[in-house]
Design a protein around this ligand. Structure first.
Ligand SMILES: NC(=O)C1=CN([C@@H]2O[C@H](COP(=O)(O)OP(=O)(O)OC[C@H]3O[C@@H](n4cnc5c(N)ncnc54)[C@H](O)[C@@H]3O)[C@@H](O)[C@H]2O)C=CC1
Ligand SMILES: O=C(O)C1=N[C@H](C(=O)O)C[C@H](O)C1
Length: 269
């Protein structure tokens, strides 16, 4: 048991944090060694199992990442951009594998992650599920096979609490379509239409976001031509799919060379 990699979960009281803490504690391939929450959070100093309304797990929630990272080989981080950038610097110092599920990162944040990845392994993906990563590959292949007579639209739906749009997954899918077409997403992205937008620009990749209720995550990639449409769809109904991917990623990252990786590397897709 002591030989298994020790894993820290950040944002432990969150929707994903709780799912990750449960999944890692239940795994026979890793040990949950600490949970982190932000300073002042009511769970600090308490057992994570009891905080989640179950039996004690023997793992405390702390607001001190240095103390937590000192006893770990990996950290799984689904929090918020500012928190993730801070954790990346500390994980790099401690040479931990840092698995990042956080979305909504800006270019300046990505530069800081790039700097951290010179010293340690980072695995980052806007979606850690096997199904979505397969869909990304399919999107790339279909986009490569179709010309600009086929308009590409990415439509996503999430729960009412989600704070970023387009979702990380929608961006992965849009980027895959752009790569398939051999164009840059940044130059062809059409997001948040409103008012007199004018006709759709040929070759653009459109994004629409729905927010409501408790939707875990739904993504459609629509290829629309005159007279026909191809629709690729992924429906997430259980956050366990993301936790499974994240656990696989943190185990895969052990022993890899420092650098930035994604779920395509982990899954060999
Ligand atoms: N890549 C993937 O497969 C997935 C990514 N996500 C992303 O993960 C992130 C979190 O999602 P949810 O769990 O739904 O959000 P949430 O809001 O339920 O949880 C975030 C947690 O992070 C904590 N946190 C914020 N700043 C912190 C800090 N400085 N130190 C420690 N803890 C801190 C918050 O207190 C909160 O408990 C979002 O960016 C979301 O888009 C969510 C699901 C799957
Ligand atoms: O915030 C969420 O919930 C999710 N976020 C990720 C995203 O932005 O794509 C992954 C998943 O769709 C759930």
């Amino acid at each position: 048991m002591a030989d298994l990699p020790g894993i820290v979960v950040t944002g432990a009281s969150g929707r994903m944090g709780q799912m990750l803490a449960r999944s890692i504690a239940a795994s026979d391939r890793a040990r949950l060694v600490a949970c982190i929450e932000r300073e002042g959070h009511p769970w600090i100093g308490r057992d994570i199992g009891e905080c989640m309304g179950g039996a004690a797990m023997g793992v405390l929630v702390t607001d001190d990442p240095l103390e937590a990272f000192a006893k770990a080989q990996g950290v799984v981080d689904f929090t918020a951009p500012a928190a993730t950038v801070g954790f990346a610097a500390l994980a790099a110092q401690a040479r931990l594998v840092h698995v990042i599920g956080t979305t909504g990162l800006e270019p300046a944040d990505l530069e800081k992650l790039e700097a951290a990845s010179r010293h340690a392994v980072i695995v980052r993906a806007g979606n850690m599920s096997l199904g979505v990563n397969l869909l990304v590959r399919m999107t790339q292949k279909i986009a490569a096979a179709l010309d600009e007579d086929w308009d590409v639209e990415v439509v996503e739906a999430h729960h009412r609490m989600k704070v970023d749009a387009p979702s990380g997954t929608a961006l992965m899918l849009g980027r895959a379509a752009a790569e398939g077409r051999g164009i840059s997403l940044e130059d062809h992205m059409d997001s948040g239409r409103h008012g007199i937008t004018g006709a759709r620009k040929r070759g653009d990749i459109g994004f629409s976001a729905i927010r409501g209720g408790d939707v875990v995550g739904e993504h459609d990639v629509i290829f629309a031509a005159d007279g026909e449409r191809v629709v690729l769809r992924h429906l997430a109904t259980d956050r366990g799919i993301f936790a499974r991917g994240a656990l696989r990623a943190v185990l895969w990252g052990q022993g890899q060379k420092p650098g930035q990786y994604d779920m395509m590397d982990v899954l060999g897709l």
